[in-house]
Design a protein. Structure first.
Ligand code: DOR
Ligand code: ZN
Length: 346
């Protein structure tokens, strides 16, 4: 089979962390990806333009010599976020999106939004200037079952916000349900959805049947098989409003293999090979470039990358390190659970 060449991909949802973890995981993304929308859920979170500029500098300082990578920065939305600061950060080109975490929804989301009326001014300003809102779409009401939290968020929070803020550009991130797929499909051109690599592979049985597998635990949690199939159809179907956001989210193994383990799958290392496998299975290799390299850039108003990467079919299964070493402890690389006969060759 002849190798396939794509525009260099962008990861439209990535956790790079900071310090020793940043140093270890950044090359794993930069090896294949030209750019990434970088999540702001550090401790403390990246709330102001000044914090985003400092974080961007730390990312660029951690980039090994000879690697090219452009971090696309985001701000963490709080109830006290200043619309003027957001607008200035967007106008300067520093910030490409604002991230909405409902308070308590996931890792380091305690400073997120509780009362959505209190962020109305920021959202209206963002709609006026065309700055996208990236949304972690899960309700946090403790009485709502964790498997229902995404679908409930659409009805209770996301749709009301979009109706109240006409023109607001929204990325519903890491969608995990058929309801999420349908909402994005019906949302017009101000709405897009990102899909992770691991949610194309996992259903909730992979996580829980036959033993609990902490390295498959992420948020939003993997759902039933019919939801996974809806995600695969959306990702491989060619629609421009679905694109890759890996949500690659490193945690050291001792915090994953724990009585109260952290959420996150670390997929930066092998995402492109796994996606080639998935798209080949779906007879959609010709749509891989759209999903990884064109649709996301278009939604964010960026030109596609000029550089290319090549993927080739291999005779023996690809071998990745089971884990990568970081200064914060080893981080397990996502194991798709089946052999992958693809590799990025350059
Ligand atoms: O699995 C996840 N990990 N989901 C999130 O929303 C956050 C992320 C993280 O930061 O670890
Ligand atoms: Zn994330």
């Amino acid at each position: 089979m002849t190798p396939i060449t794509l525009r260099r991909p962008d990861d439209m949802h990535l956790h790079l962390r900071d310090g020793a973890m940043l140093e270890a995981v950044l090359p794993e993304s930069a090896r294949h990806f030209a750019r990434a929308i970088v999540m702001p859920n550090l401790v403390p979170p990246v709330v102001t333009a000044a914090q985003a500029a400092a974080y961007r500098d730390r990312i660029l300082a951690a980039l090994p010599a000879g690697m090219a990578f452009e971090p696309l920065m985001t701000l963490y939305l709080t109830e006290t976020t200043d619309p003027g600061d957001v607008a200035a950060a967007a106008a300067s080109g520093l910030v490409r999106a604002v991230k909405l975490y409902p308070a308590g929804a996931t890792t380091n989301s305690a400073s997120g939004v509780r009362d959505f009326d209190r962020v109305r001014g920021v959202l209206e300003r963002m709609a006026a200037i065309g700055l996208p809102l990236c949304v972690h779409g899960e309700v946090t009401d403790p009485v709502v079952d964790i498997f229902d939290r995404e679908a409930m968020f659409i009805d209770r929070v996301l749709d009301p916000i979009r109706r109240a803020t006409p023109g607001l550009r929204v990325v519903m991130e890491h969608i995990t349900t058929a309801e999420g797929v349908a909402y994005v499909q019906g949302g017009g051109d101000t709405l897009a959805g990102t899909i992770t690599t691991h949610h194309l592979i996992l259903n909730r049985n992979h996580l829980l049947a036959g033993g609990i597998r902490p390295h498959y635990y992420c948020l939003p949690v993997a759902k039933r098989e019919h939801h996974r199939l809806a995600l695969r159809a959306a990702a491989t179907g060619g629609a421009v409003r679905f694109f890759l956001g890996t949500d690659s989210a490193p945690h050291p193994d001792h915090l994953k293999e724990h009585a109260c383990g952290c959420a996150g799958c670390f997929t930066a290392t092998n995402t492109m090979a796994i996606l080639a496998h998935v798209f080949e299975e779906e007879g959609a290799l010709d749509r891989l470039e759209g999903f990884t390299s064109l649709h996301g850039a278009a939604f964010y108003g960026l030109a596609p990358n000029a550089a290319r990467i090549t993927l080739e079919k291999t005779a023996i299964p690809a071998a990745w390190p089971a884990r990568i070493a970081t200064g914060a402890g080893p981080v397990t690389v996502f194991n798709p659970g089946f052999p992958v006969y693809w590799q990025v060759s350059d």
